[in-house]
Design a protein around this ligand. Structure first.
Ligand SMILES: [Zn+2]
Length: 129
């Protein structure tokens, strides 16, 4: 991978010294390329940059990122539905005296809560913040 990257960067005319520095510094080469010069972009920390133009590049949402955001959205929606259901069940439970039904509600509540927990874990970012 590293050797391949160097060949690639050499092909687009990046200085050897610069590439070596980049790869040594732990910067990761991305599959996206610079819109201006076609050099593969690098990411180090939170910054994405073009090593040839020597400037930071903001990547317009990649398909992968878009899918991830969409997945988050679906997970978030599911969570909201469950929360509404829990709220509705709380109302019903308040007036319920039958122990058997209360147990059933309790079980449903427990399973919904664990679903919510899972949904939250699956989400990559917190949309609500
Ligand atoms: Zn560039």
């Amino acid at each position: 991978m590293v050797e391949g990257s160097i060949a690639w960067l050499f092909a687009v005319g990046l200085e050897v010294k610069k590439m070596a520095e980049l790869l040594k510094s732990g910067a990761a080469m991305l599959s996206e390329t610079c819109p201006e010069c076609g050099t593969p972009l690098f990411r180090k920390g939170n910054e994405t940059f073009c090593p040839k133009c020597n400037k930071p590049v903001v990547i317009i949402q990649s398909a992968e990122q878009e899918t991830r955001l969409m997945t988050d959205r679906v997970l978030w929606d599911s969570e909201q539905i469950l929360l509404v259901k829990i709220q509705e069940m709380n109302m019903v439970m308040k007036n319920e005296r039958d122990p058997e039904r209360l147990t059933a509600y309790g079980n449903a509540l427990a399973s919904w809560l664990s679903s919510i927990e899972k949904l939250r874990r699956l989400r990559t970012q917190n949309i609500e913040t």
